[in-house]
Design a protein around this ligand. Structure first.
Ligand SMILES: *Cc1c(COP(=O)(O)O)cnc(C)c1O
Length: 422
């Protein structure tokens, strides 16, 4: 398969080509439930692998430090215009290498080392880069952290407000990596205004849902929108920072020359294509289908006795709390992997276990929806998860192998975008 798909690579480096071919098979045959992953289209794959790779372009369109930018300028300007149109913002910077450096650029733009910054705690569903201790953002800045309520699993906005008014942070981050519920951007905006803080919505996970109208938009509520481009937005690995005109200069300066050198032009091209795809009516349908599938999957898991953080989901993501089962998250995740169902283990709020061996499993529906699975398939998916977790508890390897075969059979009928039939 790979020789015809990547002929030059196979001829030059057959060993590496064989790894790529194996990954294509893996992505084709498994049920990929990691909520931060997706399948990019063949068009995005092509755009991300072009000769734009060969070009240095420090600076911004029309203001570069290198010559020969006739085409690269057009690529980047197109990506910027599409981002502004899709998200309804004044300004977009499409150069951050990924979500973490994008967030670091926000710190650089608005805070000084030692300043107080506020975000959701990592074990509560926040991201490392929102001021968590092991991250540069938590050691160079003074991170204060909010969480969710123990009984509901929901953000307590009164507690967020109290903390913000007590600490007066330079920056407040809202958004996270394991939040199954809608973020109230207006509530955060009024808190940030009262506290005199710059408000950042990190929508890395939900950018595609926002673009498709399946989650409220932070545009108009927040100072800066930070997002990756490779999660629900279904683009290449990269990131964008978007803001009001008043912050445009500070953001651009922070990304380049503040933090980065030359932008990855091949990625910018892939982002432009993904933004074009995300502006189509079919993507609106996709975003809504992602949420409908997640709700159906959550309901089917609840029926099978699983405990879900916050009791369900409003978006693409479900956090399964295995505290009440005899299987910890890591054991369950590894068993699911052997069953052809790819997830990640995750802390749950107030987790009694350690972060490297937590009680939760995080799943989501962006990838399976990209392959065309619908709500009618979700009871089957829940059934496989349930059987695999039971098999993990009993050490029943044949049961995991049986699920793996059934999964591969179904997935063969739903070819993945960008991939050959395996
Ligand atoms: C994924 C994610 C990031 C980081 O993105 P990388 O590209 O992995 O650096 C930042 N913030 C949030 C909320 C995320 O979910």
């Amino acid at each position: 398969m790979s020789a015809s798909r990547h002929p030059a690579l196979s001829a030059t480096d057959p060993e590496l080509a064989s790894f790529v071919a194996a990954e294509e098979v893996l992505q084709s045959q498994t049920l990929r439930l990691i909520p931060s992953e997706n399948y990019v289209s063949a068009a995005v794959l092509e755009a991300s692998g072009t000769v734009l790779q060969n070009k240095y372009s420090e600076g911004y369109p029309g203001r570069r430090y290198y010559e020969g930018q006739q085409n690269v300028d057009r690529v980047e300007a197109l990506a910027i215009e599409r981002a502004k149109g899709l998200f309804g913002v004044d300004h977009a910077n499409v150069q951050p290498y990924s979500g973490s450096p994008a967030n670091l650029a926000v710190y650089l733009a608005f805070a000084k080392p030692g300043d107080t910054v506020m975000g959701m705690a990592l074990p509560m569903g926040g991201h490392l880069t929102h001021g968590w201790g092991v991250s540069a953002t938590g050691s160079w800045f003074r991170g204060v952290q909010y969480g969710v309520q123990a009984d509901t699993g929901l953000i307590d906005y009164d507690a967020v407000r109290d903390l913000a008014l007590a600490e007066r942070p330079k920056l407040i981050f809202c958004g996270g990596t394991a939040l199954p519920r809608t973020i109230d951007f207006a509530a955060f905006a009024s808190i940030a205004e009262e506290a005199g803080s710059v408000l950042v919505a990190d929508v890395a996970h939900i950018a595609g849902l926002i673009a498709g109208g399946a989650h409220p938009s932070p545009a108009g509520h927040v100072d800066v929108i930070s997002t990756t481009t490779h999660k629900t937005l279904r683009g290449p690995r990269g990131a964008m920072l978007m803001c009001r005109e008043e912050h445009a200069k500070a953001i651009d300066k922070a990304v380049f020359p503040g933090l980065q050198g030359g932008p990855h032009n091949q990625t910018t091209a892939g982002i432009a294509v993904a933004l074009h795809e995300a502006a189509q009516p079919s993507f609106t349908a996709y975003a809504h289908a992602v949420v409908a599938n997640a709700k159906a999957l959550a309901a089917a898991l609840l029926e099978r006795g699983f405990d879900l953080v916050s009791g369900g989901t409003d978006n693409h993501l479900i956090l399964i709390d295995l505290t009440g089962k005899d299987v910890p998250g890591k054991v369950a995740a590894k068993a699911l992997d052997r069953a052809g169902i790819v997830v990640n283990y995750n802390t749950v709020p107030f987790d009694p276990r350690k972060p490297f061996d937590p009680s939760g499993v995080r799943i989501g529906t962006p990838s399976l929806t990209s392959r065309g699975l619908g709500v009618a398939h979700m009871p089957q998916v829940a059934d496989w998860i349930s059987r695999a977790v039971d098999a993990a508890a009993k050490g029943d390897e044949p049961a995991l192998a049986a699920v793996r075969t059934e999964v591969a059979d179904l997935m063969a009928a739903f070819p993945a975008p960008g991939l050959p039939l395996a």
